[in-house]
Ligand binder design. Structure first.
Ligand code: CUA
Length: 152
């Protein structure tokens, strides 16, 4: 008859302590959800104007771009504005953390699920600006590009 290996008392105490700690954490999460009404953040991309991304003119030469980053594109993929325009960029993400960098400008934002980041840029020279994702976001990260066309 094989002798059963005895579990040392210290291991039993460690396991019991861990179980009590886990139970306490779950109880606190349940208490916060039920008594304090704490919930997971709402999804920004479920509400306009972030449902599909958009560019709207708010005044002559002024635009607002609501950009949604998602695996692995930006919506809208192309933004066209006339030269001399000032664009307010509001950026969010539909899935994971992305980046939003417009080459040739100071705009360099994070696209974060559940949050909106902001920057403003003025485009005085006609031409094309690439929009790059600068946060590794998965297999298609290297293809995640957008474009801003500044027309004469
Ligand atoms: Cu999106 Cu990298």
């Amino acid at each position: 008859m094989a002798a059963e290996a005895a579990v040392p008392d210290v291991e039993k105490k460690v396991v019991l302590t861990a179980l009590i700690f886990c139970a306490a954490c779950l109880a606190l999460i349940g208490w916060a959800a039920v008594k304090l009404g704490v919930t997971v953040p709402g999804c920004v991309t479920d509400v306009k104007p972030f449902t599909e991304g958009s560019v709207t003119q708010t005044a002559p030469g002024r635009y607002e771009a609501h950009v949604v980053a998602k695996n692995w594109t930006f919506l809208p993929t192309k933004i066209t504005v006339p030269k001399g325009s000032v664009v307010d960029f509001y950026i969010t993400s539909k899935d994971v953390v992305h980046g939003f960098d417009i080459d040739g400008t100071n705009v360099n934002l994070m696209a974060i699920p559940g949050a909106v980041t902001y920057a403003q840029a003025r485009f005085d020279t006609p031409g094309r600006h690439s929009v790059l994702c600068h946060e590794y976001c998965g297999n298609g990260h290297h293809d995640m590009l957008g474009r801003i066309e500044v027309t004469p």
